[in-house]
Design a protein. Structure first.
Ligand code: CP
Length: 304
């Protein structure tokens, strides 16, 4: 397979290979010269049809560290606004001899659709409410780094599970690696099918935190809601927000994660986000090595 469209399509062995490759690149990017010449013959287009800070910059940096040639595209400043289709847009970019496409898109399945209609290797950088595979990989990699392994660890994903591609990709990745997973949030933001994925449901935040080794705190994705699912932000924070008082009251020291962007004071307070129990910036740092690994492994299949 020449694509990374979702964790759903990976095996535990694939994830292990990505992590071992990322271990190597993490060592590389800590050297005084952070670059390797591996992908001098590869051209990558970064297509962002939806806003991003971490994912876009992390992919761009990963590609530069691998010495690939890159072009960047933002839908807002493109001819998409004149009515050009996704397939036409990408085929025109590919006509410039591009080998690989990294794409973020608001529509679930956009990467899968593209992979069936254009001749290039596709990496999904987040497709609507569907999957965000590199985020889940960097999240698991960060747990492995902090706790030694993912297998057997208890992870709770807290928040807006219904609209979160991060939640779904994390569930697939964590289950593949043998972690125990629960989700926690308002009933209205937990999809009915979640238990069929082998995931527990807990609607009491304290109980969920007492159970877990790691809490991954998600943002409520108001931009993906057509109607208001939960009474108010204030009520969400009261029931599902993580603050220092709650963290300190737990029986053990848990690891706190967040994929970003954070709504400080809503799902997590600043004193928790900036505490030594939080590995939020480690996640961001690991994102570069993980994306280098994914690009490198896919490129090794498309190189002449
Ligand atoms: N975590 C994440 O996907 O962040 P961005 O939306 O800033 O890329």
């Amino acid at each position: 397979v020449n694509h990374l469209l979702g964790i759903k399509y990976l095996t535990a062995k694939d994830i292990d290979l990505i992590f071992k490759t990322a271990d190597h690149f993490k060592e590389v990017i800590n050297r005084p010269i952070k670059k390797v010449p591996s992908l001098r013959d590869i051209t990558i287009a970064n297509l962002f049809f939806e806003n991003s800070t971490r994912t876009r910059l992390s992919f761009e940096l990963a590609e530069k560290r691998l010495s690939a040639d890159i072009i960047n595209f933002s839908a807002g400043s493109s001819s998409v606004s004149k009515g050009e289709t996704l397939i036409d847009t990408v085929n025109n970019i590919l006509a410039m001899k591009v080998d690989m496409v990294v794409m973020r898109h608001p529509n679930p399945g956009a990467g899968i659709f593209l992979s069936k209609n254009v001749r290039a290797s596709i990496i999904n950088a987040g497709d609507g409410t569907h999957e965000h595979p590199t985020q889940a990989l960097l999240d698991s990699y960060s747990i492995r780094e902090k706790l030694g392994e993912v297998k057997g660890k208890k992870i709770v994903i807290v928040g807006d599970i219904l609209h979160s591609r991060v939640a779904l990709s994390n569930i697939f990745a964590l289950k593949l690696q043998g972690a125990e997973v629960k989700v926690c949030g308002p009933k209205t933001l937990i999809p009915k099918y979640i238990q069929s994925l082998g995931v527990g449901v807990e609607t009491n935040l304290i109980k969920a935190l007492e159970w877990c080794d790691v809490a991954n705190m998600l943002r409520v994705q108001n931009e993906r809601m057509e109607i208001s699912y939960f009474p108010s932000t204030r009520e969400y924070t009261q029931q599902f927000g993580l603050n220092k008082e709650i963290l300190n009251s737990l029986n053990k020291e848990i690891v706190v994660m967040h994929p970003g962007p954070i709504n400080r004071g809503v799902e997590i307070t600043s004193d928790v986000a900036d505490s030594k129990q939080a590995i939020i910036l480690d996640q961001v740092q690991n994102g570069v090595a993980i994306r280098m690994a994914v690009i490198y492994l896919l490129a090794s299949k498309i190189k002449p």
